[in-house]
Design a protein around this ligand. Structure first.
Ligand SMILES: Cc1cc2nc3c(=O)[nH]c(=O)nc-3n(C[C@H](O)[C@H](O)[C@H](O)COP(=O)(O)O)c2cc1C
Length: 466
C-alpha cells in the first residue's frame, strides 16, 4: 500500500454526453456546445488553472445499437453519440495550455499502424510531449460492420493483432529515425542525415511495413500508453505494454483485486509493478453539506432515463436488458462486449446480487465508475479510502454535468484534498512544462528501460535525465 498523492485527470468523450445519461439536459451543461472549440478551450483552461494533470478522452468508432435491437434510444439520449474524433480536438486545447496533458483513445483494429504512429507523433510534436494513447481493440459489432470487418475479430485474435501492432509502432517511433538524424544543416543543404534514418522492414502475420517513419522524433517518441483490458489476455497485454492502466469498480475493495492483478501482470512481464500507474474512474458530486450533495445527486438523477442508461449498457456489453425482468438478478454471461462490465454486476462481488433496476441506478450518474456524493470532508475521506484500499495512483474524474462537475470539485473538494496530501499539490507558479511521461515518471521523457518499446531504441537515450 502506498500513501502517495493521486494524479488527477478529467474524463470525457467528444460528444454531447458521456457516461451520465441526460447530462446534456441540465441547464448550462456544456454538452450542448460540444461542437464549439471555444467550449473545449474553456475546459482546457479550467483544468490547467486547477493543476489537473490532464484530460482523458474515451472514444469508440461504433454506436450503441444493442438495446431494443436498434440505435433509437441511444440517439434520443445522446448516449456517446454523436461521436466526433477526439484526436482532432487536441491541438485546439493544447494551444491554450502549457501543462495540461491529453489522453486520446484510438482503436488499433481499424487503422494501419503506420497511420496511427504518424498521428501520435504529430500530436506529440504539437503538444510538446503532452500526449498519451489509450490502446483499445474495440468491443462493438457496429464498428466492425461499418469498417469492413463484418463482425468483430475473436477476443483473443484482437490481442494477437494488437501484439504485432505494438511491435510495428515501436519500431516506427523508437528506431526509424535516430535522435541526431535531423541536422538542419543549411550550409550542406541537408535537413536530415540519410545515414541516420532506417527502414523498419517489418513483415508479420498482420502487417507489412518496410519503410521509414513519416515523422521526425518527437519529445516522447512513443506516446504514454494507456490501456483498460480486463480479461486475462487484456491484463497480460497491459502488464507488458501499459504505462497507465484504467480501471472501474463498484468499491475500492473490489478495485483492489483488479489493481493486484495488474501489478502482478507487470511483474510477470519483468517490470516493476509500480511502473504501471493505475487510474480509477470516479465521479464526484460535492456540495457544502451532505444533505445538499444528496439533493444535487437526486436532481441529476432526474435527467437520466432508463432507456438512455440501458442503451449504454447494451452497447458496452452486447446484452439487451429490454428482454430481462428488471427485478431478476443478473447472472454471469459470456459476451463479446466488455466482459468486465458484465462481471462487475454478476460475479465480481460474491456477496452482492444486482438486478437490472439496481444496475440502472448505479450507472445513471458516472456510468461504470463509482460515484462519491457528499460534503468536501466526505469526499476527502472516500478518496483517501480509494487511494489507500485500492492502491491506485490517480483518478479519471467524470461528471454529472460539465463543466460544473469539475468546477465544483475544484472549488469545494480540491483544496482540502491537496491540504491532506490525497491529491498531488498544485503546480508551482514558475513550474516548467513537462511531458506527460515526466509527470508520471519524473525524469523520464522517453519510455523506461524496462518497457518493451525500449528494446527498439538505437543507442542510449539522450533525453533521459535519470
Ligand atoms: C475502464 C475501461 C474503459 C474503457 N474505455 C474504452 C474506450 O474508451 N473505447 C473503447 O473502444 N473501449 C474501451 N474499453 C474497452 C477495452 O478497451 C476492451 O476492449 C474491453 O475491456 C475488452 O477487453 P478485455 O476483454 O480484455 O477486457 C474500456 C474498458 C474499460 C474496463
Amino acid at each position: 500500500m502506498t500513501e502517495k498523492p493521486l494524479n488527477l485527470f478529467a474524463f470525457n468523450f467528444f460528444a454531447p454526453a458521456h457516461l451520465t445519461s441526460g447530462s446534456w439536459r441540465e441547464p448550462g451543461d456544456g454538452g450542448l456546445r460540444y461542437t464549439d472549440l471555444q467550449y473545449w478551450k474553456r475546459v482546457a483552461r479550467l483544468l490547467e488553472d486547477a493543476s489537473f494533470d490532464g484530460i482523458f478522452f474515451a472514444d469508440t468508432v461504433g454506436f450503441h445499437d444493442v438495446y431494443k435491437g436498434g440505435v433509437d434510444e441511444s440517439l434520443r439520449d445522446a448516449a456517446q453519440y454523436p461521436a466526433n474524433d477526439p484526436a482532432l480536438l487536441i491541438s485546439g486545447m493544447a494551444a491554450v495550455t502549457e501543462h495540461l496533458t491529453f489522453g486520446v483513445t484510438c482503436s488499433l483494429t481499424y487503422e494501419q499502424p503506420y497511420l496511427l504512429a504518424r498521428r501520435f507523433s504529430t500530436l506529440d510534436h504539437l503538444t510538446n510531449g503532452r500526449i498519451g494513447w489509450n490502446i483499445v481493440t474495440s468491443y462493438n459489432d457496429s464498428a466492425a460492420k461499418n469498417l469492413g470487418l463484418g463482425e468483430q475479430l475473436g477476443h483473443d485474435e484482437r490481442y494477437d493483432l494488437a501484439e504485432e501492432y505494438m511491435e510495428v509502432v515501436y519500431k516506427l517511433w523508437e528506431s526509424s529515425l535516430e535522435d541526431d538524424a535531423v541536422v538542419r544543416d543549411t550550409e550542406n543543404a541537408t535537413y536530415i542525415d540519410p545515414r541516420k534514418v532506417h527502414p523498419i522492414e517489418h513483415k508479420g502475420k498482420y502487417f507489412e511495413v518496410p519503410g521509414i517513419h513519416l515523422c521526425e522524433p518527437s519529445p516522447q517518441r512513443t506516446p504514454v500508453l494507456f490501456q483498460a483490458g480486463a480479461s486475462s489476455r487484456g491484463m497480460g497485454f497491459g502488464g507488458k505494454h501499459a504505462e497507465v492502466a484504467f480501471i472501474q469498480a463498484t468499491s475500492p475493495e473490489l478495485a483492489r483485486r483488479s489493481v493486484d492483478k495488474i501489478r502482478q501482470a507487470a511483474r510477470d512481464a519483468g517490470r516493476d509493478p509500480y511502473d504501471i500507474k493505475i487510474v480509477a474512474l470516479i465521479t464526484v458530486v460535492v456540495a457544502p453539506t451532505s444533505e445538499a450533495a444528496q439533493a444535487k445527486y437526486e436532481h441529476y438523477l432526474e435527467n437520466a432515463t432508463v432507456d438512455g442508461v440501458l442503451a449504454r449498457f447494451g452497447g458496452w456489453t452486447g446484452i439487451d436488458l429490454s428482454t430481462y425482468d428488471l427485478d431478476q438478478p443478473l447472472e454471469s454471461i459470456e459476451t463479446k462486449g466488455v466482459q468486465s462490465i458484465v462481471d462487475m454486476f454478476s460475479k465480481a462481488d460474491p456477496n452482492r446480487e444486482w438486478t437490472p433496476r439496481e444496475i440502472v441506478d448505479f450507472l445513471s450518474i458516472g456510468g461504470t465508475g463509482s460515484t462519491i456524493v457528499g460534503s468536501p470532508q466526505e469526499v476527502v475521506e472516500q478518496l483517501r479510502a480509494w487511494r489507500d484500499v485500492a492502491d491506485i495512483d490517480g483518478i479519471n474524474l467524470s461528471y454529472a454535468t460539465q463543466p460544473a462537475g469539475w468546477e465544483e470539485f475544484i472549488e469545494l473538494a480540491l483544496p482540502e484534498l491537496r491540504k491532506q496530501g490525497i491529491v498531488k499539490p498544485a503546480r508551482a507558479v514558475d513550474a516548467k512544462p513537462r511531458t506527460l511521461r515526466e509527470k508520471l515518471f519524473p525524469g523520464h521523457a522517453r519510455v523506461l528501460d524496462t518497457h518493451p518499446a525500449a528494446a527498439y531504441r538505437r543507442g542510449p537515450n539522450p533525453a533521459d535525465e535519470a
